[in-house]
Structures are given as C-alpha cells and as structure tokens.
Design a binder for this molecule. Structure first.
Ligand SMILES: Nc1ncnc2c1ncn2[C@@H]1O[C@H](COP(=O)(O)OP(=O)(O)OP(=O)(O)O)[C@@H](O)[C@H]1O
Ligand SMILES: [Mg+2]
Length: 562
C-alpha cells in the first residue's frame, strides 16, 4: 500500500527511486580508467543532461596511506609469483609498480590518498526519462574507460546523504581510493585567488565566487581570529573550519573552550568528550595543578597569580602582594599538587594577612567556586574535547577561561601532532591585563607545538584597548570580520581597512537573512570579502549539533577518573 492511494506509482524499484523532484536513477563506478583527462567532466556531464555527481572526500593519514599502498603492492606481488595468474601479468605489474610509485610520492608528501565516495544520479520527471538519461550517461562513462555498476535493490543506500564519517556502509562501487591527482580531476574549476595546497575551503570570493583555500600550518602563525556581532556566524564558521580541517587532516586534535556550551553536541557527534565544569557539573580541572606547565612551578605560580587577578579585579596593592607571596610559598614548599584549600591555608599562615583577602578566597571553600577546589577528576583522550562552563556567574567567566586556557596550553604542549584550539568569547581574556598577557604568550608559543588557535569574539575593539590585545591581533595570520555594528577609526587604522571596507562591514549579510555569512577576511596582506558557505551535509550537521543544548541533562559528563 502506498499512503492509502492504491493507484499511486511505487516509490522505489530495483534500480531507481521516486522523490519529490522526480525519478532518480543512480550509477556507481566499478573501476576507474587508468588515466583521466582534466576537465573530462564537461564531456561527461553536459549542461543539457539532468545528471548530478556527488563527491565525498576523506583524506587518509600518511601512515594509513602508506599501509594501504604496501598492502596493494604485496597483493600484486603475491599474485605475480603464483602459477595461476592467467593473462594478468602486465596488469599486475602495473598495479605493483604504481603502488610503489605512489608510496614514494606519499612519503614525499607530493600526493595523498583519499577515500572518495562517488555517485552519479540521472534525474527525470518519469521513470523512462530518468532511465534514458542514465543509459546515455553510462555510454559516455564507458567511452571514457569507466566500468559502471547500477546498484540493484541498493538504491536507498547509494543515494543516502553522506554522514561525514567516511565509514558509512554503501553499495559496492561507491567508495573508491584515489590519489590527489585523481581527486583534482573530479573538480570542475581551476581558477582561484588563494589556493594553498592542503588547505581548507574558507569561503567563496564575493566578487567572482572563486574558492579560497587556506592552510594554517604553512605560515609563521597558525592562529586565526573571527570577529562579528551576535548571530553573525562565528561559532558556525569555527565549527565548519574545524570540520574541514579534520577532513583534510583526520589526526588533528581539537579542543574547544566553550563558555556557552554551544559545542557539546558537535563534539560528541565527532566522537569526542565534553567536560562539564558548570555549577552542578561533575568535571574538575584543578586550576592549581602544575602539570599544565610541565612541572615548572615558578611559571605555574605566575599563571595562578594572573588568573586570580582576573577573578578579583578589585584587589588592593597590599592584598595582591600578600596573595602573590602566598602563591610563591605554595609552589616553593607546598604539596606537589596543591588545591585551593592549600592556598587558603597558606594565605592564613601570614599573621598580617588582609582579612578582606581571606574573605574573598572563601569563595573556594564555601562559595560558588568550591567546585574547582580539589584534584583534577577527569581524564580525556585524544578525540575532540570541549569544556563547557555554561551557567557560571558572569563575574567568574574570565577566571574560568584563563585557567582553562592554561590547561589547554598544557594539553597542546604535551601532545605531538597538529592541534586546533577554539576559544569562544575570547574577549573575556583581554579585560584583565594579566590574562591578556597570557593569551598573547599562548598565541605566540603554540606554533612550537604544532597548534593553532581560533579566537572568537564579538568585537576587535576589546583587543585594541590594551597593548597585549593588540599584540595578540598582530600574531593572527588570518582575521575574519563578519558583520560588525561599527568599525572605529582605530580599528580601520590598525587593520589597514579602506573606508569602503569599513563602511561595508556593518552591511555584511547575516546568515539569518542570506542563508550564509559574509565576511571580510584579512589574510596576511590580502583583504578578501568572502561568503562562508556550508555544503548541504555540512549545514545539516552543524545546524543539528551547534548551539546550546536543548535538554540540560544532554551533555555527556566528563569521565570520572577517581
Ligand atoms: N555560514 C552560515 N551558513 C548558514 N547558516 C549559518 C552560517 N553561519 C551561521 N549560521 C546560522 O546563523 C545562526 C547564528 O550563527 P552563530 O551561532 O554561529 O552566530 P555567532 O556569531 O556565534 O553568535 P553569538 O555571538 O551569539 O555566539 C545559527 O543558527 C547558525 O546555524
Ligand atoms: Mg557563538
């Protein structure tokens, strides 16, 4: 039965499917030709034929690529040495030699290996029309040397949207393994204003829609900033860039400092963990643990002093001096891994301790910060990690962000490989000079550990207000300005914006009205107005996973280690 309409045509046959837009008849590729002419797509997909091509790309890490190529070579060699190879000697020799050749190219990083999901779909208003379009497509494919395959009783699996994992189960012929050159031949465009090989698609130029690809790891600073008013698309852009970075470099480690808890579902959907620091959460990263400085206790004492300045901006000179002395003593002679109880006790040991200082520190014993008083109780693995501290009181946000930045810095330093750290609401760190200075140092040093930051903030003006904030801005390789309500003369001068650019920024289109965001990207010396556009599966994924959790219990708790 079909929705109670006995005469309605069936929705699916052995090799086709009926959808809202008509009949869809897929074609998969059983085997690629040994060579593909560039721009072959023009011949294959003439604009007169209603045919779509879907391409999904997942890059293999170089270790995995070498492993696959060694495997392919070993199989060819075994078959060549067997008696029973029929007339396939020359084909097997080609397979063996090309696996060896690609192995060398991958080791040199000239080529990479990709897991490619590829399908063609002929579309028509009726089944015979769709099938006729498909028959002509198969003829053209065959003429170019492709061997085709029609999925039988597998149409739904062939046509399902990608789930972005690269591991979804598909009919034979969907997944292919191709080197970079083969992948490049699948793209119809070749002209672009910035195309850094190995980079991620940042956006399309508003002038001519040419794509702009950037590779953060090619430049002296791996860090970028994204500024824009609320709703301009900062979190979305960061989520999109991180997704595309993982896609290009699956091994990249992602950490998110997430004051509003917007990246929780996103992180979990990518197989990662969420540490919930919020009041009522169970996760704790002890801000006093010297592990974050690799055991350097003097450096740790300095960082603790600056995070407490961010927490208590009203400290008088004498109180600040008393606190600094107590912190130094704590790291000189105190327990290996101190907690706030130890710090409070250390302050109390001073007979001249300021009573107001003791009263302020009471927030760690009896007040709302007692959740951070104690040893670290979460262990996190290599997958994406986000730290959610939604719900903490407004005047504690800067403190949380600063000790979490210290924690993240320790994490970036202790792990090898390339890493990305997203810091949302980064302006919280530049309100206090001490934490602004720490952020500046982090931005300058993380490249030594292969790490880059993406700083998200509503306005660049907060950063321009202090020398440390300005130094941070100078050390970002790329800065994107989404819609800004206004651009001060100071910002224009600092960023070298033309008056036309300054006047355009308050008019940049918002995603709410355009369905994408517009931004002025400042990339080294270039200024490029770009549209930040997600593909449909990227949009569906980000739209589903970014944003505050709808159900307060939804966020996965950090893993209790003790
Ligand atoms: N490039 C885009 N394409 C499509 N939709 C987008 C894009 N950018 C943002 N959006 C949508 O616009 C809304 C606001 O985006 P987002 O949350 O990223 O803004 P924001 O700048 O981070 O705002 P806030 O400062 O309030 O955190 C979201 O619903 C998001 O899905
Ligand atoms: Mg946001």
């Amino acid at each position: 039965m079909n929705g109670g309409t006995p005469n309605a045509p069936p929705a699916e046959g052995a090799t086709w499917r009926r959808s809202q837009r008509g009949y869809e008849a897929p074609v998969l590729i059983r085997q690629f030709p040994p060579e593909l002419p560039f721009a072959f797509l023009g011949r294959l997909l003439p604009s007169t034929e209603p045919v779509e091509m879907g391409v999904e790309l997942h890059r293999y890490s170089s270790d995995r690529a070498l492993h696959l190529l060694q495997g392919a070579r070993a199989v060819a060699e075994t078959e060549l040495s067997s008696e029973d190879r029929g007339g396939r000697t020359s084909e097997l020799e080609v397979a063996r030699d090309s696996a060896a050749e690609f192995g060398r190219a991958v080791a040199r990083r000239d080529q990479e290996l990709w897991r490619v999901g590829l399908r063609f779909v002929a579309v028509g208003p009726t089944r015979p029309r769709a099938e006729a379009v498909r028959a002509r497509l198969v003829e053209r494919l065959t003429a170019l040397g492709f061997a085709c395959r029609l999925p039988r009783y597998e149409t739904a699996a062939a046509l399902a949207p990608p789930d972005l994992s690269g591991t979804d189960s598909r009919p034979p012929g969907y997944w292919q393994t191709l080197p970079t050159d083969g992948v490049a031949a699948l793209f119809p465009f070749g002209d672009e204003s910035v195309m850094e090989p190995g980079g991620v698609l940042v956006g399309l130029a508003l002038t001519d829609a040419s794509p702009v690809f950037l590779d953060r790891w090619r430049h002296p600073s791996y860090s970028w900033g994204i500024f824009g008013m609320t709703g301009a698309g900062k979190s979305f852009a960061a989520g999109l860039l991180a997704l595309r970075t993982r896609w290009m470099r699956p091994e990249v480690e992602i950490t998110v400092l997430d004051p509003l808890g917007e990246f929780g579902r996103w992180t979990r959907a990518l197989g990662g963990e969420v540490i919930e620091i919020s009041p009522g959460g169970v996760g704790r990263l002890n801000p006093l643990d010297p592990v974050t400085t690799g055991g350097d206790r003097r450096e740790k004492a300095a960082r603790v002093a600056s995070m407490l300045r961010a927490l208590f901006p009203s400290l008088e000179d004498e109180e600040a001096a008393g606190l600094d002395t107590a912190i130094s003593r704590l790291y000189d002679r105190g327990p290996e891994t101190p907690t706030f109880d130890d710090l409070v006790a250390e302050v109390g040991r001073d007979p001249h301790a300021q009573p107001r200082l003791l009263a302020l520190l009471d927030v760690f014993r009896a007040g709302s910060l007692r959740v951070v008083n104690g040893p670290t109780n979460v262990v996190v693995g290599a997958g994406p990690v986000s730290v959610d501290f939604r719900g903490v009181p407004e005047d504690h946000l800067a403190f949380h962000l600063s000790y979490l930045l210290d924690w993240a810095y320790g994490r970036l330093r202790s792990r090898s490989g390339e890493k990305l750290l997203i810091v949302d609401e980064a302006h919280l760190l530049v309100r206090s000079r001490a934490t602004a200075e720490f952020l500046d140092r982090v931005v300058r040093h993380v490249r030594h550990f292969g790490a880059g930051l993406i700083l998200l903030s509503q306005s660049p003006e907060d950063f321009l207000a202090t020398p440390e904030g300005r130094a941070t801005l100078r050390n970002l390789h790329a800065t994107a300005f989404l819609r800004l309500p206004e651009v001060s003369a100071e910002a224009r001068t600092f960023f070298g914006l033309t008056s036309a650019e300054g006047e355009w920024l308050p008019k940049a289109r918002m995603p709410r009205e355009a369905g994408y965001s517009e931004a002025l990207w400042r990339i080294g010396p270039l200024h490029l107005p770009l549209a930040v556009i997600a593909s449909s599966p990227e949009f569906e994924f980000l739209n589903r996973t970014l944003g505050p959790p709808s159900d307060p219990g939804e966020v996965t708790r950090g893993t209790a280690a003790l």
